[in-house]
Write a protein that binds this ligand. Structure first.
Ligand code: GLA
Length: 356
C-alpha cells in the first residue's frame, strides 16, 4: 500500500499519473544547494530525471526519463529503474538451491533477464520515508513471485548530499534461500542531449578483468584480463575509439578492482569515471558491488522517443550498472548471490556528479 495519498503539503512530492488499474503513482524530487535535482518515482523505484550543471552553469537532465508513469508501465528498456530480484541474466532461467531446481520466466532469448517480465521495475513500491534529501522505498516480493523462492523484503534509499553525491542503499532479507542482485538501470548522456551519441564521452573503468560472454550474453565462467583488448578502460579512454572494435557495442560485466576509496563514504570504492569533455559534466561511480555492467544502449533503435518526442537511437545513452556478475547462481566461482534467511543483505552505490 502506498502510505502517502497526497503530497501532505510537501512541494517536492508530486502525483506521477495513474496506473491502468487507477492507482496513483508518485514522484519525489530531491534537491541540494548546488541546484542539482533528482527525481525518483515509486513506480519501479525509478530515477526519472537527474538535472546537473555543466561548466557554464546550465542545468540539463542527463538521464532518459519521462514525467508520467504511463510509458514506464507500458515498458521501457528499464530506463532508470531499480532492477531485481536478479539484475542481468540467469541462463535458461534455471538454478538449483539445496537440490531443488527453480525455473524462472524466460524473457530474453533463451534466458531470464532483470527479474522477469514483472520484476521490481514494474511494481509500485511503498513510500517508507521522504524528506528533501532522501526517499526510502520498500516492497515485499512474495514467495514464488516471478518464480523466485522466499518472501523477499527489499528497501532502497536514494539520498542526495550537498557534495552532489547521489547515494543508493539497498537492503534485503528473505525467509528462504534465494538469489538476489540489485542495480539501477539509468541511461546517461552527460551532454543532456539524447540526439548526441555517447561516443565522445571518456570513460575510466577500474577493472583489470571482465567476464567474457557467449553469443547469448551468458558468461563463459572465466575471468579474462582486459589488457591489450578493447575492454581496457583503466586509463581515461574515448568510448568511440573502443566501440568500433566490438560488433554491436559494449554489454559486458567488468570485475572491479577495489582500490580508491570514497573520501567520505570509505566503505565504497571507485568503479568508474565518465566525462563529457564538451559540457564538462563528469560522473564518478563508487560501489560496494564486485561488478559493473557497461552497456552502450545497443538495443535503442529509434522506436522509443525522449520526453520531447525525439527518437532514441543506438549509442545515445549508456548504463554503468553496479552489480554482482551475471548468471552467478550457476557459477560457483563467482561472488555469492544467494541470500540466506538469517542475514541482511546491504549494498551501496554512489553517483557523484562533478564539473571538469
Ligand atoms: C542490460 C543488458 C542488456 C539489455 C539492457 C536492456 O544492460 O545487459 O543486454 O538487455 O539491459 O535493454
Amino acid at each position: 500500500m502506498n502510505c502517502i495519498s497526497n503530497n501532505d503539503g510537501k512541494n517536492y512530492v508530486k502525483n506521477f499519473g495513474y496506473l491502468k488499474d487507477g492507482t496513483a503513482s508518485t514522484v519525489i524530487t530531491l534537491k541540494n544547494d548546488q541546484g542539482t535535482e533528482i527525481s525518483v518515482s515509486n513506480f519501479g523505484a525509478t530515477i526519472t530525471s537527474i538535472k546537473t550543471a555543466d561548466r557554464n552553469g546550465i542545468f540539463k537532465n542527463i538521464v532518459i526519463g519521462y514525467s508520467n508513469v504511463t510509458p514506464y508501465e507500458k515498458g521501457t528498456p528499464y530506463f532508470g529503474s531499480t532492477i531485481g530480484r536478479f539484475a542481468n541474466r540467469i541462463a535458461k532461467g534455471k538454478f538449483t538451491i539445496d537440490n531443488v531446481e527453480y525455473s524462472l520466466p524466460i524473457n530474453n532469448g533463451n534466458h531470464h533477464l532483470h527479474g522477469g517480465n514483472k520484476g521490481l521495475d514494474k511494481i509500485l513500491w511503498d513510500i517508507e520515508k521522504i524528506d528533501p534529501q532522501q526517499v526510502i522505498l520498500k516492497t515485499v516480493s512474495v514467495d514464488g513471485d516471478m518464480g523466485y523462492p522466499g518472501d523477499l523484503t527489499v528497501q532502497v534509499k536514494f539520498s542526495l548530499d550537498s557534495g552532489n553525491n547521489l547515494r543508493i542503499d539497498y537492503q534485503a532479507s528473505t525467509n528462504k534461500k534465494t538469489p538476489i542482485n540489485f542495480t539501477n538501470h539509468s541511461y546517461f548522456n552527460l551532454s543532456g542531449d539524447f540526439q548526441n551519441q555517447i561516443n565522445n564521452h571518456e570513460l575510466i573503468l577500474n577493472a583489470t578483468q571482465y567476464t567474457p560472454i557467449d553469443s547469448e550474453f551468458i558468461p563463459t565462467g572465466e575471468l579474462q584480463y582486459v589488457r591489450d583488448t578493447p575492454f581496457d578502460f583503466n586509463k581515461s579512454t574515448i568510448i568511440g575509439k573502443q566501440i568500433i572494435h566490438t560488433p554491436f557495442g559494449f554489454d559486458h560485466n567488468f570485475v572491479l578492482d577495489k582500490e580508491l576509496k570514497h573520501e567520505l563514504y570509505n566503505d565504497l570504492y571507485r568503479a568508474a569515471t565518465l566525462t563529457d569533455p564538451t559540457s564538462g559534466r563528469s560522473l564518478q561511480i563508487y560501489t560496494t558491488e564486485p561488478g559493473l555492467q557497461f552497456y552502450t544502449g545497443n538495443f535503442l533503435n529509434g522506436t522509443l522517443n525522449t520526453e520531447n518526442d525525439l527518437p532514441l537511437n543506438r549509442h545515445t545513452a549508456l548504463c554503468l550498472e553496479t552489480q554482482h556478475f551475471p548468471n552467478s547462481p550457476n557459477e560457483p566461482l563467482f561472488p555469492n548471490t544467494i541470500l540466506h534467511p538469517d542475514t541482511i543483505f546491504t549494498s551501496s552505490t554512489i553517483y557523484s556528479f562533478k564539473i571538469n
